[in-house]
Design a protein around this ligand. Sequence first.
Ligand code: URA
Length: 250
Amino acid sequence: MATDDDRADLRQLVAGLRTYLEARGRSGLLGVSTAATPRTPAAAPALRVVPDMDAPDAPDLASVRQELGDCQRCKLCGERKNIVFGTGNPDAALVFVGEAPGADEDEQGEPFVGRAGQLLTKMIEAMGFGRSDVYICNVLKCRPPQNRNPEPDEVASCEPFLQKQLAVLQPRMIVTLGKFAAHALLREQTPITRLRGNFRTYEGIPLMPTYHPAFLLRDPSRKREAWEDLQAVMAALREMGIEPPNAPRA
Ligand code: URA
């Protein structure tokens, strides 16, 4: 049985934790709380650590892009043609996070414009949204040579910018595409086959890991699972009162 002293200790601990998290939020630093898997997004904890967006120096997407600048923080700067920051609606309820730009994205400076991007566009449209209704970005903002996998130092250099983008965007839902985005935001290495289809949270925001469209191009038999994941996202958004502008296909 908990005593009055235990309860007082617990209250003190919670108060201290709240103060710490509020301070981190004000400082613009993001915590990495990745709570245990809720069965539904509604069950996600309410706690969110975000910068104080009312502060005079609160970041916006332009200031995050400005801070990124002509980035030389990792070796990918040597071969890139363009930094691929992100695109879409800055007020989007729904954000898609991919891995890293490929050749087409590097050329055009926009995420998901190549073959995988065309499939992602179809997936977004099948949900009843357009690309301009959502926001799309990547963990890495520069193309890894020959589209190789991101390396840990590259992720470490770049992910603070993804975290800042998400803190500014404050979406109602995040969909991660492929293992790198899920692993970066959830801070765990569980295989994507096990992660996909189960709502998680990132800073209190429901997050659905699903397959990367490039993987779906290689193995179309997995499209059915990805569509199930997106249908779960649509149902969760509907429960939050968020309807896509175009009625989804039956
Ligand atoms: N794959 C990604 O992960 N991101 C892109 O922008 C393009 C392809």
